[in-house]
Design a protein around this ligand. Structure first.
Ligand SMILES: [Zn+2]
Length: 295
């Protein structure tokens, strides 16, 4: 039994967190562990705003920084860390204005290929965050972003790794457009994980993409309304940024454990303990294991 006296005692997985050696770093990971967190996806952090890598070598150094951070968390905090590497779509858009469209796109695709090499070697488990700008851009940039994303999806599908998507927030329409890109590129929809996803996990909203749900305040009630209509997979995330200049801009590292307990306690009012256990076993073990490697 993993529900003991109304409390989930199984694994707790945050599927999208950033850590920065100049931020709280290991201390933030320790907070997560102290709150009951056991597994995390450490997502590569782009050097916003003024440390954007301008060469593949600089990208490689930055990837190595993320891999080193993961190793330090495993060693010092003792939790399971899976690394997700990739070039951020906002970096690509910013660099169109400094490097030009052609060079920026080339660097982006080369960075994708490099991330997939780390995946193939077993040092990383997925590509991300990739996607498209979340703010309005010119029609030319938008169409280039979509073309590029389709290429990135094709590369990931060919390499056999899932991707975490950073995209705009236009609700079901965003997911529908992404599902079309998935189908065209050969990437299984479930292996395209909408990161920072709204808590609506019903199929008419997700279009069968997987959701890494942002576990803000109202996420629990929306999950309760929609989880029965999910035909894909969903997990929980904070998108903790670990940026000392923006404290409180995002959810803190203890949020996923906290909301897991809140969700379990609300579920136990409407479902039997066995059903709740089965659902949480999917959210924190079966689904993330299928995407990021077994536990
Ligand atoms: Zn992120």
């Amino acid at each position: 039994m993993t529900i003991v006296e109304g409390r989930w005692t199984g694994p707790i997985w945050d599927t999208h967190m950033h850590l920065d050696s100049r931020g709280r770093g290991l201390a933030a990971a320790q907070d997560f562990a102290n709150a009951g967190g056991t597994h995390l996806c450490l997502v590569h952090k782009p050097g916003f705003p003024n440390e954007l890598p301008e060469s593949l070598d600089a990208v490689k150094q930055a990837y190595i920084g993320t891999l080193d951070m993961a190793a330090a968390v495993r060693r010092e905090v003792g939790i399971d860390v899976r690394v997700i590497l990739g070039p951020h779509p906002v970096v690509w858009e910013k660099q169109i204005h400094t490097l030009g469209m052609e060079a920026s796109t080339q660097l982006h695709l080369d960075s994708v290929a490099l991330a997939l090499e780390y995946c193939a070697q077993g040092d990383a488990v997925a590509l991300g965050e990739v996607g498209r700008p979340h703010y309005p851009v010119s029609e030319e940039v938008w169409s280039a972003a979509n073309e590029q994303l389709e290429t990135v999806m094709r590369m990931a599908s060919k390499a056999g790794f899932p991707i975490q998507l950073h995209v705009e927030d236009a609700g079901a329409q965003t997911n529908e457009e992404l599902s079309i890109l998935c189908d065209r590129s050969g990437l299984q929809r479930q292996r395209a994980i909408h990161h920072y996803a709204p808590a609506n996990v019903a199929v008419d909203f997700t279009h069968d993409l997987s959701s890494s749900v942002s576990m803000g305040k109202h996420s629990v009630s929306t999950l309760l309304e929609t989880y029965r209509n999910c035909t894909s997979t969903w997990t929980m995330e904070t998108d903790y940024l670990d940026d000392p200049s923006r404290p409180g801009a995002v959810l803190g590292p203890k949020t996923v454990p906290k909301r897991t307990h809140a969700l379990v306690s609300a579920l136990l009012d409407i479902e039997g303990a066995d059903e709740v256990e089965e659902l949480m076993n999917h959210v924190h073990r079966i689904w993330p294991s299928a995407l990021y490697g077994g536990i």
